[in-house]
Design a protein around this ligand. Sequence first.
Ligand code: SF4
Ligand code: SF4
Length: 264
Amino acid sequence: MKVFVIDMKDCVGCHNCQVGCKDEHCGQAWLPYAEAQPEVGQFWCKVDQTERGKRPHVKVSYQPRICQHCDNAPCIKAAPDAVYKREDGLVIIDPDKARGNKKIVASCPYNVIYWNESLQLPQKCTGCAHLLDGDHPISVPRCVDNCHLGIIKFGEESEFDLSGMEVLHPEYGTKPRVYYTALPRKFVAGTVYDPEAEEVYVGAKATLSGEAGTFSVITDSWGDFWLRNLPDADFTLTIEAAGKTKSMAVSTKTADVGLGDIAV
Ligand code: SF4
Ligand code: SF4
């Protein structure tokens, strides 16, 4: 059985994978796996861009998102006569049998199925099954072939060391066949300064403590601290600078935290 492995660490958000998917599927039906993808409105491979934090402490994350080709797929349960899993693990919406069945769109918790109004058809990533069959010179999905950095890989499950890798929303119980490394974790950041001297503190200590653990870092030459790779949790942030201390409650449960300037 095949898997996708997506290493988020070095993705630069160039969208080449998304463009490759469009190039492969727009204006071209690959039956029996898919009718043509419309030129607008559908992204069977989509690079999600997320702006995180608050100015001036901001990061941007990129995350390619495709059908997760779940082993316990809600879309197959919703329409077992029209959606099926291939022997290699890819999940396919049969374009003939699924015509007119809009409920398939809503069945996917990852929101990767689109409705083609003119064809009355639910459509999504096929894993480029047409390229995998036979002796095609490109024998991997186009998103894989188009990523110049090799971020997206595809192959037999046994070829990869999947230990420590993550799937999206394991709590759904869908058993995805798309594995990610280095999914973004939350951060807490700020700039520590002395309001009387009107100078930043270099070498001040910022410490997060809570039930999820204790994390410390020292401010840099600009008075900035970045506490990265944090779990989703409630913390107390303590700043220690020039013999002075300041504490405040922060939470990474719902979002990254950019605190701006912190007077100590
Ligand atoms: Fe089906 Fe959605 Fe899972 Fe893909 S990600 S197999 S469309 S439930
Ligand atoms: Fe990231 Fe590669 Fe897609 Fe570019 S082509 S957005 S580097 S996965």
